[in-house]
Ligand binder design. Structure first.
Ligand SMILES: [Cu+2]
Length: 168
């Protein structure tokens, strides 16, 4: 099965996925998402000055309304075109109590600063007390820019944006 995939990947020159990704549903989105990368807003620049999260080396945290929201992306370093696990942890206020008990699980929208990107939402599932996990893929942008954001929405509380560098 794996060998068969490898052969077909070689035949399709544009297919850059490694065989280990076979079977991952999110990868089906890559060809679609890649199309949006071409829509660059010309005035956009200095993306890296916006970086507020060293996702390659650490868990990143921000606070909103007394709630500490941590984002961890694995495996590290964070690479494009790879199946990634996004883990969001809520602490500070009891996650199970009002007003910070999410009406539904938090979710993440991936995108690039000042670029018009296609929708790329990572749905998170509760994996423990105050922790939520989901899988997603960051595509390789044709512009060559490597600054991406993860916009974390906590339903009923608000949104936080983690901006980080991605390896291509
Ligand atoms: Cu892009």
């Amino acid at each position: 099965m794996e060998r068969k995939y490898r052969i077909s990947a070689r035949q399709n020159q544009h297919l850059t996925l490694k065989p280990t990704f076979a079977g991952s549903g999110v990868l089906a989105l890559i060809p679609i998402l890649s199309l949006f990368c071409t829509f660059i807003i010309p005035t956009a620049f200095a993306d890296d000055s916006m970086i507020n999260c060293d996702a390659h080396n650490s868990v990143c945290s921000q606070t909103i309304d007394g709630l500490t929201v941590s984002l961890e992306i694995t495996p590290r370093p964070v690479k494009a075109m790879q199946d990634l696990v996004f883990k969001v942890s809520l602490s500070g206020n009891s996650p199970g109590q009002s007003p910070h008990s999410p009406l539904r699980s938090p979710y993440i929208d991936l995108g690039m600063p000042a670029m018009k990107m296609g929708p790329n939402r990572v749905e998170l599932q509760e994996s423990g007390a105050g922790t939520y996990e989901g899988r997603g893929v960051i595509v390789r942008c044709k512009s060559g820019r490597r600054t991406w954001f993860a916009n974390v929405t906590i339903p009923g509380t608000g949104e936080l944006q983690f901006i980080f560098d991605v390896i291509y």
